[in-house]
Design a protein around this ligand. Structure first.
Ligand code: PMV
Length: 360
């Protein structure tokens, strides 16, 4: 597979206007993507659980322009409100994908988007947001070229999503999606996320993720800046190698369902991600005191309850509490009794592993 495969030949249909709508989920990485090369190529492979409840719904209305406009003509609305300050980000995305979707200059687009999770919850909306938009766009292309098959549709949706936000490439399908070349994962690619192709023990098919909203404020350092700081990072090479090794170890763990080993990899990945932030130049810390309180309480509760609760972190202060569905009652109670006190306004979101994006 190369980038050339995603450049379309001439379209067969002429369409003057229409509307497409998609609902796409967020995802939570188990092996983290942190560091990239030019063209949104990941510095190391990653794998994630696709989520189910944390979603973006996007509708795209399109109407043919009288003259093509290579500066792109579009408006964007979030929860019904016009958001002109999002336009530069979308314009950059359109520039990046124009080569692969040449119809972009020929239509005016109205993008209407809304999230299922609270506004500014600190939950990364880029994965669900960019993938929902990419899906709407590829659906326009499918209308212009109805020959397109389902497999190519999903692959190109992931390819386009990646160009919007790397982790968005892992939101199209589920329940487990792998992105980035890895020697022992057949079909793995730096260009697209693929459905994890090997055996997965049933315990992982219904895994739960309760997202504790520790800090809903704006991040001090964006993930774009964070990725960049992996260039010339003193530990970059060891880190990238470690991600390959952790993915190899997970392959065995996914097949056997060994939760103790799963926890070791997942928690270490989360802490390593933040260790990279703390050891870059300039260095920074995205965890908050309550993030550490929660982690310590999870460790103490796991020891005492003999359950398999564990945590992972994104590039922020919020904590994703992961556990098998069979322990849900006990862990829910633990969250209510001990962890909610550390969440901003007591807010958290109960989610679980999902199967990917759907037409809205
Ligand atoms: O997709 P981006 O560029 O926002 O990067 C996200 C990186 C992490 O969420 C920290 C890790 C990951 O693999 O999702």
């Amino acid at each position: 597979m190369t980038e050339q495969d995603f450049i379309p030949k001439a379209y067969t249909e002429l369409i003057s206007n229409g509307k497409t709508s998609w609902k796409s989920p967020s995802n939570i990485a188990l092996v983290k993507y942190w560091g990239k090369r030019k063209g949104q190529i990941p510095a190391n492979p990653s794998i994630s659980f696709t989520l189910d409840n944390c979603k973006t719904t996007t509708s795209l209305t399109f109407s043919k322009l009288t003259e093509p406009n290579s500066n792109f003509s579009f408006d964007i609305f979030l929860e019904g409100n016009k958001k002109d300050h999002f336009k530069p980000k979308i314009a950059t995305f359109f520039e990046r994908i124009y080569k692969y979707l040449p119809f972009l200059s020929e239509y005016h687009f109205t993008i209407e988007t809304s999230n299922s999770f609270p506004h500014s919850s600190g939950i990364a909306s880029s994965a669900s947001g960019m993938s929902a938009l990419a899906l709407c766009l590829i659906e326009v292309e499918k209308q212009l070229n109805p020959e397109m098959g389902d497999e190519f549709f999903a692959r190109k949706a992931s390819f386009l999503s990646r160009l919007g936000s790397g982790s968005a490439s892992r939101s199209i399908e589920g329940p487990l999606v792998q992105w980035g070349e890895h020697a022992s994962i057949q079909g793995s690619s730096d260009l697209v996320g693929i459905k994890y192709p090997y055996q997965v023990h049933e315990v992982f098919r219904t895994y739960c993720d309760s997202i504790l909203l520790v800090d809903k404020g704006q991040k001090q350092v964006s993930s774009t800046v964070g990725h960049d700081l992996m260039h010339n990072h003193p530990f970059a090479e060891q880190r990238f190698e470690q991600a390959h090794e952790n993915l190899s170890k997970l392959k065995v763990i996914f097949a056997e369902g060994d939760l103790r080993e799963f926890i070791k990899i997942v928690e270490s990945e989360a802490l390593t991600l933040h260790a990279m932030m703390m050891t870059s130049h300039p260095y920074f810390i995205l965890m908050k005191p309550n993030t550490l309180e929660i982690i310590n309480r999870i460790w103490a509760f796991r020891e005492q309850s003999k359950t398999h609760v564990c945590f992972t972190l994104d590039a922020g202060a919020n904590v994703h509490v992961l556990y098998p569905e069979s322990e849900k009652t006990e862990i829910d109670q633990f969250i209510k009794n001990e962890l909610v006190a550390y969440c901003e306004n007591g807010q958290y979101i109960c989610d679980q592993i999902g199967l990917g994006a759907k037409k809205a």
